[in-house]
Design a protein around this ligand. Structure first.
Ligand code: SF4
Length: 349
């Protein structure tokens, strides 16, 4: 299989693969790493703009390592999975401090960096350094599961081990960067999760799932669970100096490390919260229409409760209460996507 798989794939890639993505130009380990992290859980068309903005502000490891975490999160805001941005920042600091700003060149060393798994490390080594390394991201898992008709859940350890072994066997030494890009491309553009374009696929003659007429069966689907809904109650507290009170969320949990509005358990807890925070004159306004925000494992129902108050002594900041921020400054902070939309809608209308 390996003898024909790779030439067919590379032949297709030369003709139809993507060769002009921004991270394919001036290929450095930094650019490849950044694109690989951004592309986890996110589609290419969404990533392109973020990649350009990030590279413009942080053109190399040093600028990222020495940046303020708020600025990193701000440039990431909207991409979701914020742990990726925090790990990226920490990893840049490690590369800067421990490796003098140069990326380690082996899969083993790269895997020690926060947020870098075996497949991402393999992609960096193969694409940026041109050394043989194996990858197995979601797209590659799907392609190999179908071509080899691998039964069993792709979450099962034995199945994953089997797929790594297949990937290892297929990975060539020659043109390793192109091969790595090609197999990811094929999974992203032809061998897609839904409605794969088998008619255009260079691997059709080799593909067991295709010949068994069972393409839809591979990889085995996860049992669908109903997504639970979680209610979140946020206070949009504005004082008469036109400042909004912001809280920085803890690093763990949703929107970790991002600025947000203060949260209470329920609407009825707002008065108690105001009293506990020594807000003397305040008025709770009618709540805004709830905002629905779908995350991977649950759906958030975000209830926003505007409260007006009089600016007190703690006008700029008070660690316990939060940080008062003037409306124009809201633009420069990193907020979760639904909160960013809320500010735009609420203050632009
Ligand atoms: S023939 Fe179809 S299922 Fe098989 S690898 Fe190609 S696109 Fe995927």
């Amino acid at each position: 299989m390996a003898k024909t798989f790779t030439p067919k794939l590379l032949h297709w890639f030369d003709q139809f693969g993507r060769h002009d993505l921004p991270w394919q130009k001036q290929k450095t380990a930094y650019r490849v790493w950044l694109s690989e992290i951004m592309l986890q859980q996110t589609q290419v068309k969404t990533v392109i703009d973020y990649f350009h903005r990030f590279i413009e502000r942080f053109p190399n490891v040093k600028t990222l390592a020495t940046a303020n975490s708020d600025e990193v999160l701000h440039l990431w805001a909207g991409l979701g999975y914020y742990a990726r941005a925090r790990n990226l920042h920490r990893a840049a600091q490690i590369i800067q401090e421990q490796y003098n700003g140069r990326f380690p060149r082996t899969v083993e060393a790269l895997q020690q960096l926060p947020g870098v798994g075996r497949s991402t490390a393999g992609a960096i080594v193969a694409i940026a350094f041109g050394d043989k390394a194996v990858i197995l991201d979601g797209n590659v898992k799907r392609v190999l599961s179908r071509v080899y008709a691998v039964e069993g859940s792709p979450l099962d350890k034995n199945v994953i081990d089997n797929l790594w072994a297949i990937a290892e066997k297929l990975t060539p030494v020659e043109r390793i960067g192109d091969y790595t890009q090609a197999i990811m491309d094929l999974g992203a553009t032809l061998c897609t999760r839904n409605q794969p374009r088998c008619g255009d696929c260079p691997l059709q003659s080799l593909c067991k799932a295709y010949h068994l007429n069972r393409v839809e069966d591979f990889p085995a689907k996860k049992a669908k669970k109903e997504k639970p809904t979680r209610d979140v109650h946020l206070i949009l507290l504005e004082n008469n100096a036109q400042q909004i009170l912001l809280h920085k969320r803890p690093d763990s949990g949703i929107w970790g490390g991002l600025w947000c509005l203060p949260e209470v358990l329920e609407k009825e807890a707002i008065s108690l919260w105001c009293t506990q925070n020594n807000l003397k004159k305040y008025a709770v306004q009618p709540s805004l229409a709830p905002i629905k925000h779908v995350l991977t494992h649950f759906t958030l129902q975000i209830h926003v409760h505007p409260v007006k108050c009089v600016a007190g002594k703690s006008r700029t900041s008070n660690a316990k209460l939060g940080t008062w921020t003037a409306l124009p400054a809201l633009i420069s902070l990193g907020f979760p996507a639904p909160i960013q939309k809320l500010f735009k809608r609420y203050y632009n209308d």
